[in-house]
Design a protein around this ligand. Structure first.
Ligand code: ASP
Length: 325
């Protein structure tokens, strides 16, 4: 017994030394950041912003790989199955929490399959439409959607995506089962909204701000509790009578389960450095949001957020009875 313990102790010591040595030299090569939605969309925008700053801090390039599909679960699944060596990381959003309930046959357990790096940002959503959709304001949109529920089309980025979640709440609130069209991300969905092939969408300000300001799409409401400085004339969903539509799309950075703690600590430190960069605050500010504070860009804060959000959305989704399978 004593001998076994000693052998185990030596083995553990060797492992610890090896992992510490590994962490001291980390990163030695390029890192892949998986974004589980299409390029050009809002999650991609946030991912590329922090990847650039973290690359500078880590002294190695972080390249963004877009793996869209199935509401973000394909990309997340790839990272869950990847080598836990710090060279594959995942930038996901609130969908990590909602997919835990929406997908009953998920190949990975969102709470067990990842190690945590930290929270990145929280982004409000906007309810937008193609430029020539009839209603002029949110109240008329509500009436219009109720009257035309069977012909209106609403884009989303697949079941579990933030756009799906917001759309689901929208349909429940209005008691209007609209036809939904899934894309691999709201980047391509925006292209179709601009082209008039789709009618409405609920999407992060990180994707809609430029188009709203340019007048190429119509905006009806923001899903934040208060109006946004960038859109002072845009009412909140609560002002429009639908407080249940408030959604905040929090983003987190993850690594596959089993990544050495020193490596996630290094990534977390690098994330904090990136988020403290005034350029990031300025860019996110222009898009109606802000970087998470350093205290939240930590493994513990992200873990606590994910646990709380899975618990928060589970009963809402179960009551709605909408599942991906
Ligand atoms: N905004 C998308 C969503 O609905 C994702 C994306 O394309 O970034 O979750």
């Amino acid at each position: 017994m004593a001998l076994t313990k000693t052998v185990a102790g030596i083995a553990a010591g060797t492992l610890l030394t090896a992992s510490t040595a590994f962490a001291q030299t980390y990163p030695e090569r390029q890192i892949t950041m998986v974004v589980p939605f299409s390029a050009g969309g809002p999650t991609d925008t946030v991912g590329r912003l922090i990847a650039e700053k973290m690359s500078a801090d880590l002294g190695q390039q972080i390249i963004v790989e877009n793996v869209g599909g199935a509401g973000g679960t394909l990309g997340a699944g790839n990272v869950a199955a990847a080598e836990a060596d710090g060279y594959t990381i995942l930038l996901h959003h609130i969908g990590m929490a909602t997919s835990a309930t929406l997908y009953r046959n998920l190949a990975y357990n969102p709470l067990e399959a990842f190690d945590y790096v930290g929270l990145v940002t929280e982004v409000p959503m906007t309810i937008v439409a193609r430029k020539d959709l009839e209603p002029a304001d949110f109240a008329s949109l509500v009436t219009y959607v109720k009257e035309n529920a069977d012909t209106i089309t609403m884009a989303n980025a697949g079941i579990g995506a933030a756009s799906h979640l917001c759309g689901m709440l929208f349909m429940q609130a209005l008691e209007a089962p609209i036809v939904t069209v899934p894309y691999k991300g709201t980047g391509p969905a925006m292209t179709e909204l601009l082209g008039g092939q789709i009618d409405i969408m609920c999407d992060q300000t990180t994707n809609t701000t430029e188009q709203i300001k340019g007048g190429t799409i119509k905006a009806y409401a923001v899903t934040s509790p208060a109006r946004l400085d960038i859109f002072p004339d845009l009412p909140t969903v609560s002002e429009g009578g639908f407080p249940g539509l408030e959604v905040s799309v929090w983003h987190g950075l993850y690594a596959p389960k089993g990544t050495p703690a020193e490596v996630t600590a290094r990534l977390s430190q690098s994330l904090q450095t990136a988020l403290a960069d005034p350029e990031i605050a300025a860019k996110l500010g222009e898009l109606g949001t802000a970087p998470s504070p350093a205290a939240d860009a930590t493994p513990d804060a992200l873990k606590a957020k994910l646990e709380a959000e899975i618990a928060r959305w589970k009963p809402i989704i179960e009551t709605a009875g909408v599942y991906a399978d």
